[in-house]
Design a protein around this ligand. Structure first.
Ligand SMILES: C[S@@+](CC[C@H](N)C(=O)[O-])C[C@H]1O[C@@H](n2cnc3c(N)ncnc32)[C@H](O)[C@@H]1O
Length: 281
């Protein structure tokens, strides 16, 4: 495997990948409204060949495999071995009658995929490339003529209440935090379509569309579960990583209190905003 995305590989194979693997059910449940939008217009037909980029623990690869059926094929590519391991195990258990899935540990930026795919799709897996232009050109090469690209990426942090609410509450504990570098790999990198569209055009995609999708995301059935979710996965978790355990415990308490004040004992549903990006070769 290439070492171009070594930092990301270390990140997703280390503690963070283990955590995403352990909590994949809660993540899949939280992302479900977006997953539905991803597949609603995806036009996956029986027999189609699908590439899932940054497939994580395999939720979308499994859905694709069921959609294209036994005559289809799915390649689920990711840098993270712990997440691929969950996907492999789930496929054997949850989708024995679906299309065969190849679980591929690969850097989607430069892996030499067979140019055979009818669809390349991704749920939040395309914002972490070292060189996005090279990565989307590589993905374009993997598609047949007329092949379709379809992925979800986050809009700005400010539009994602599931991040800002908890982030604003814990920032006073972290006075040295600097805003992320524009264009650096990270969840909000493609918040502005004018950073993304030229990359996709240069890669050779046509009829590119960016549709805003706004949904409520259930981050937890209780304030405690929701606080655990945001403090251990996603952008707020990134801020709290490798901190003093006492600071992490204080942050968790602050977030739990905040959610309890807002939602009582009930489920925590927070605003989430992303782009559904589509195009074809
Ligand atoms: C935010 S997670 C999303 C995972 C999954 N698609 C989901 O929705 O649950 C991002 C994923 O992209 C993968 N990833 C990041 N950079 C990658 C690259 N260059 N090639 C392949 N996968 C990559 C990570 O390992 C991680 O699994």
């Amino acid at each position: 495997m290439s070492t171009l995305n070594k930092d990301q590989s270390d990140y997703w194979n280390g503690e963070v990948g283990q955590r995403w693997a352990a909590y994949h059910q809660a993540l899949d449940a939280a992302f479900a409204p977006f997953t539905e939008a991803l597949f609603a217009g995806a036009a996956l037909d029986p027999g189609d060949r699908v590439l899932d980029i940054g497939c994580g623990a395999g939720d979308t690869a499994l859905i694709a495999a069921r959609r294209v059926g036994r005559s289809g094929r799915v390649t689920a590519a990711d840098l993270s071995e712990p997440l691929l391991a969950v996907g492999r195990e789930r496929a054997a258990r949850e989708a024995p009658d679906a299309a065969p899935i190849e679980w591929l540990r690969a850097d989607a930026q430069d892996h030499a995929f067979e140019p055979q795919f009818d669809h390349a799709l991704s749920r939040f897996g395309v914002m972490f490339f070292e060189d996005s232009a090279a990565a989307f050109a590589n993905i374009r090469r993997a598609l047949v003529t007329g092949g379709r690209l379809r992925f979800l990426c986050w809009r700005s942090m400010a539009e994602n209440q599931w991040v800002t609410l908890a982030r604003d509450a814990v920032l006073p504990l972290l006075p040295e935090i600097e805003p992320p570098q524009p264009g650096a790999p990270g969840p909000f990198r493609f918040a502005a379509p004018d950073t993304l569209l030229p990359i996709l055009e240069a890669a050779g995609f046509r009829a590119i569309a960016c549709e805003p999708i706004d949904r409520l995301m259930r981050v937890g059935a209780t304030p405690e579960a929701a606080a655990d979710f945001v403090a251990t996965r996603g952008p707020v978790a990134r801020l709290l990583r490798e901190r003093d355990p006492a600071l992490q415990a204080t942050a968790l308490k602050i977030i739990t209190q905040l959610f309890t004040e807002r939602f009582g004992k009930g489920p925590v549903d927070l605003g989430a905003a992303c782009w559904l990006v589509s195009g074809h070769t």
